[in-house]
Design a protein around this ligand. Sequence first.
Ligand code: ADE
Length: 244
Amino acid sequence: MKFDVLTLFPEQIEENICKSITGRALSKGVISLKTVNMRDFCGNSYGKVDDTIYGGGTGLLITARSVYDSWHSLFEKDDDRPYTVYVSPKGSVLNQQKVIELSKKKELCIICGHYEGIDSRAIDAVCDEEISIGDYVLTGGELAACVIIDSVSRMIEGVLPNEDAFTNESHMDGTLEAPQYTMPSEWKGMKVPEVLLSGNDAAIDEHRRTSALVETWVKRPDMLDKLDISEPEWQKMLALRRTL
Ligand code: ADE
């Protein structure tokens, strides 16, 4: 999958994405990353990408031309335009379902605002959607772009060492992942649940399902409303919760 990022701070994106798992995916060619510095498309010799806001207001806006021309530098034929996202606190909030949806795109272009953002006409002209990474405000879109690239990349085949690494994890089936433990089996008086040491795969699977539901119940009760939990499952959850 190809990622393009339109930004004023390309190194902030590259420093993040070229490391660890995404860095390895880049080296293997499973994903690619192209950053475009919008300053290179500002249309003037002194590199001014932003200007004051019509009607007044504090701060500066990145001009529509800088955004549009840098976006258009990514493709020649209209058929080749990448799926384009503007990251901003006004967008719909990112979740795992959206991450999976984005991971199916051939090419994803992420536009990062800075200062007060970008001229709204550029958003209307080029963006397919606006995405926020949460209800708070960042100084720019670069961290949000990195969050999207990281979360989307790990859904692409060949990025994680094995597919199980993400099929069982939090948010993939609407629950949080069950608590996990490693050696030793007892630490500071706290014991790993007996069943996890039993070697009985069916019992372990059942415990993990119940434990994931209890984890969700305790930490994110809002998520339980969307799940279809059977009566026997509720009974097992209640029994497990009583032991905690
Ligand atoms: N830019 C500034 N704040 C943001 C947010 N919460 N999500 C995405 N992009 C942003």
